[in-house]
Design a protein around this ligand. Structure first.
Ligand SMILES: Nc1ncnc2c1ncn2[C@@H]1O[C@H](COP(=O)(O)OP(=O)(O)OP(=O)(O)O)[C@@H](O)[C@H]1O
Length: 505
């Protein structure tokens, strides 16, 4: 049987045994008072004890199975989310962080925190009513009143908690975004001294969380109040025949304990609102699909080509199948945008051909874009250089040496958070090493010389010259590196005019 069903069964067993203990004890206390000589005290006591043991066992079992299910479900949901993100770009990182932590945990906890509790309440109420009618229990109608009262209170809890949980999602997202922005600008923290209020505060999130708890508590109090009123009316209306009937104790005692066996369902209802919002937040993640296109080889031709959503001029140009093409132009003219659009990382307008083939939007399998801010994976040096594996250590060391990084001898060393911190220049060279080892036919390299010393620039230029014998390297740069053998140079501010070094498409 699947774990959630075991969780559910154990929760029901826990609830049923609790109620049975209550009912039998209520009857037993009253029966003892009027019991004749020879009354078998032993049997009810043994039954109560056995039920208590069953209740304890099912309680622990429910927690164990429930938490096991919670962990498995959290892992599965996160895995599904990652699968959905494959070939997709997420627009807001804070949204993803929330989806991966708080929302998936809420979704995963649905069986233990909500379904089990609600199913127990929904099962116990009609069973009590039917059993009461069947055995002609005095005061059974009060169970019907309790059921109706509970449904009304539950409706109120659901409506209020939906509103609070919706506010909580907004507050949580705002907090995540503010925290991310605040933590990123630590170098500016001293500027905020006069304006402490700019620091992100979790207070709105927690006050809403407290609001949900208070709501669940208020529901329990309402239920308790209703039960007190019912017990009062029951005692007031009770006739003399009831006092001689030990069964008459059952209804008031069950009502007394109603907040205990029905109360948890109130928290489950506030949880249901959170679940609803978490599900909405996870399903409505703003993602942009980036498809993977088949390999493309030959001369690249761009015709009235530009990046969608970027303030850049369209470009018409031809790139050779191999060699070095540089993109030059003032800052903000659109060099990075053009490289990203050629790589297929962002949507483009116009036409992009490779050989005779018109290319569709999406990343091209044998092309690679190297970002201006290099990507360092939180992984070992080896995994950073050859993320797909299958590259001999000897080859990795050769590339490191060509990049002037031969002092990085431990390929198993962890980079990124918690590992070796890299300088800006080291990060750039690791990313270039990764691109060279990936053996792609086209490398679109964004500002590779930025922030590097003259000697390292020269080393890189030689490396690029070598690579350009078999590949096309399109390099966006502001730097003039005399050693770089450039085949074509494109000045972007006049990109739609023919440059002396390249032909029109
Ligand atoms: N992610 C983005 N979303 C929207 N617009 C962007 C984005 N990135 C850049 N832009 C805009 O596109 C234009 C071109 O920017 P781009 O980074 O391509 O220029 P660049 O020539 O590479 O600049 P630099 O030399 O300073 O790196 C700019 O006006 C910029 O504000």
């Amino acid at each position: 049987m699947k774990t959630p069903w075991i969780t559910l069964l154990l929760a029901i067993a826990h609830g049923v045994t609790g109620l049975l203990i209550l009912i039998i004890s209520a009857w037993f206390i009253a029966a003892c008072a009027i019991a004749p000589v020879g009354f078998n005290y032993m049997l009810p006591a043994v039954i109560i004890r056995a039920l208590a043991l069953l209740r304890i066992a099912s309680g622990y079992g429910h927690m164990w199975a429930g938490h096991r299910d919670l962990l498995m479900r959290t892992a599965w949901l996160r895995h599904q989310l990652f699968r959905r993100l494959a070939n997709h770009r997420i627009q807001r990182k804070a949204q993803l962080a929330d989806a991966l932590s708080a929302h998936t945990e809420t979704l995963a906890a649905v069986w233990i925190a909500c379904i089990s509790q609600l199913a127990t309440a929904l099962l116990l109420l009609p069973v009590l009513l039917i059993a009461g009618v069947f055995i002609a229990l005095p005061g059974t109608t009060w169970f019907a009143v309790l059921g109706i009262g509970w449904l009304i209170i539950s409706g109120w809890v659901v409506i209020k908690s939906l509103a609070i949980a919706a506010e909580q999602v907004v507050a949580q997202t705002a907090l995540s975004e503010q925290s991310e922005a605040y933590l990123r600008c630590s170098a500016l923290w001293h500027l905020f001294e006069q304006a402490q209020h700019q620091r992100p505060s979790a207070r709105p999130v927690w006050s809403l969380e407290a609001g949900l708890h208070t709501l669940a508590q208020q529901a329990v109090w309402c239920l308790q109040g209703l039960c007190f009123v019912m017990i009062g009316v029951y005692i007031w209306k009770a006739g003399a025949e009831v006092y001689a009937n030990p069964m008459a104790m059952i209804v008031p005692l069950v009502l007394f304990a109603a907040p205990e066996w029905l109360g948890r369902a109130s928290s489950a209802l506030t949880f249901a609102a959170r679940y609803h919002n978490a599900q909405e937040a996870v399903t409505s993640l703003t993602m942009r699909k980036v498809s993977i296109q088949p390999e493309a080889s030959g001369c690249i031709r761009l015709k009235h080509f530009s990046a969608v959503g970027r303030n850049v001029q369209p470009v018409t140009a031809v790139f050779p199948a191999h060699g070095i093409v540089t993109l030059r132009g003032a800052s903000g003219v659109g060099k990075s945008s053009l490289l990203q659009a050629i790589a297929g990382d962002i949507p483009f307008r116009g036409n992009k051909y490779c050989g005779a083939k018109a290319l569709q939007p999406g990343l091209i399998r044998n092309w690679m874009y190297l970002e201006q801010t290099p990507v360092v994976l939180q992984a070992t040096l080896r995994e950073n250089l050859a993320p797909a594996g299958a590259v001999a250590d000897q080859e990795i060391r050769q590339v490191l040496s060509k990049l002037g990084l031969s002092y990085m001898t431990n390929l198993g060393e962890w980079l990124g958070a918690g590992g070796r911190a890299l300088s800006g220049g080291e990060q750039k060279r690791i990313a270039i090493g990764r691109a060279l080892l990936a053996e792609k036919d086209v490398l679109l390299i964004d500002e590779p010389f930025e922030g590097l010393d003259i000697f390292t620039c020269k080393t890189l230029a030689h490396l690029f010259n070598d690579a350009a014998r078999s590949k096309l390297l399109v390099i966006a740069t502001h730097c003039y590196i005399p050693q770089l053998r450039i085949d074509t140079s494109i000045a972007l501010h006049q990109a739609d005019l023919p440059d002396k070094n390249y032909e029109h498409a």
